[in-house]
Design a protein around this ligand. Structure first.
Ligand SMILES: Cc1cc2nc3c(=O)[nH]c(=O)nc-3n(C[C@H](O)[C@H](O)[C@H](O)COP(=O)(O)O)c2cc1C
Length: 371
């Protein structure tokens, strides 16, 4: 019987256990450059089977929040290299989450104060987080986006390819995860409420999924086969993402991904950080059918699940074969040694929400290891 603590190899990654650190934005990279504290934070968690970095902007246009790191300037890549070197020295593996926020941004974060870009000029009913010149932070409404011209899409795909290549070759990541979840750019193309396009990228499911597949192909060209994963959130309403019937949309996505030689598919079950039984539209989302659509079409990637898992649920998911690995978010914030704690059944530290976004070492690198 396979357990949560058994090794697994997928693509170019050989993980000593099936416990994954989920991507977690922590807003501690001023000027989009990760600091030594960021390196310490990830290194503390290097016993995870796989670390997925916080969402990391592929371009300044892809930035949506203050103090989020990037992959588009030499100093950002050099700083990430210090992070990945330390993680590797500590025996860990780390991929970076490639992030373009699309419309979930603010003009003050965009190059030249421009409007954020999106599939269509539809403002999200959502907030972003900004830091004021005096250092205080606060939530602000997202700015009205402008629709991407058809002719601009190849440039965005090139941004993904370049960031993926730099992430692996310059920043030293073991691979990349495409952020296609939680209402950001790729998800905005998928959903009928944010994608009102009438060209080849809008309308029918096949068209709305086109951008996602092109991003996968561009990123695979950049990072190399076996080094690419993707994160999806079929029903999450975060950032005003909505679709009346996600099942056929995501089964189409699953079938298209099957032929694309991914290392892993990472699925958020339910509403990210909220109820696991959340639904969009009339019917419950059938995650088993979604996975079966991928496997039946020949998909071989490792299957990572996330959202609201505790140790027992995670053990069960792997033992039953429902998942190959399980990703933990909030538990990894509070427990750098989560693997050891789950293995030995030790008590867990509680995460402190007040220090999730922004700040320094407090609530970041000061959670205690088990004695
Ligand atoms: C502080 C915080 C930051 C997050 N940042 C990201 C992110 O950058 N990218 C992403 O895909 N999900 C992000 N998430 C969602 C988590 O990866 C995860 O899906 C969520 O916390 C549910 O998993 P959990 O129940 O194990 O915490 C974030 C969640 C939290 C609490």
């Amino acid at each position: 019987m396979t357990t949560l603590f058994d090794p697994i190899a997928f693509g170019a990654i050989a993980a000593p256990n099936r416990i994954v650190m989920a991507p977690l934005t922590r807003n501690r990279s001023p000027g989009a450059v990760p600091t030594e504290l960021v390196a310490e934070y990830y290194t503390q968690r290097a016993s995870a089977g796989l670390l997925i970095s916080e969402g990391t902007a592929i371009t300044q246009q892809g930035q949506g929040y203050a103090d989020v790191p990037g992959l588009y300037a030499p100093e950002q890549l050099a700083a990430w290299r210090r992070v990945t070197d330390k993680v590797h020295e500590a025996g860990g593996r780390i991929v970076t989450q490639l992030w373009h926020v699309g419309r979930i941004s603010h003009e003050t974060l965009q190059p030249g104060g421009a409007r954020p870009v999106a599939p269509s000029a539809v403002t999200a009913k959502s907030k972003t987080f900004l830091v004021n010149p005096d250092g205080t932070g606060g939530f602000a409404d997202t700015s009205e986006p402008r629709a991407l011209d058809l002719g601009e899409i190849p440039g965005i795909l090139e941004d993904y390819r370049r960031a993926a290549k730099a992430a692996v070759e310059e920043a030293g990541f073991d691979g990349v995860e495409i952020h296609a979840a939680n209402g950001y750019l790729v998800d905005q193309f998928l959903r009928s409420n944010s994608n009102l396009r009438t060209d080849a990228y809008g309308g029918a499911i096949e068209n709305r999924a086109r951008f996602l597949f092109k991003v996968v192909d561009a990123v695979t060209e950049g990072a190399g086969k076996g080094r690419v994963g993707i994160r999806l959130s079929p029903v999450t309403p975060a950032n005003d993402a909505a679709d009346p019937d996600p099942q056929p949309l995501f089964e189409h996505v699953a079938r298209g991904l099957a032929s694309r030689d991914l290392a892993f598919v990472h699925v958020i079950e339910g509403s990210t950080g909220g109820p696991r039984d959340y639904r969009q539209g009339e019917r419950d989302f059938d995650y088993a059918a979604f996975k079966a659509a991928y496997r039946d079409a020949g998909g071989k990637a490792a299957w990572i699940v996330n959202n609201g898992y505790d140790g027992e649920m995670a053990k069960q998911a792997v033992q039953s074969g429902a998942a190959d690995l399980v990703a933990f978010g909030r538990l990894f914030i509070a427990n750098p040694d989560l693997v050891e704690r789950l293995r030995k059944g030790l008590a867990l530290n509680e995460p402190d929400r007040a220090t999730f976004y922004g700040g320094g070492a407090k609530g970041y690198t000061d959670y205690p290891f088990a004695a």
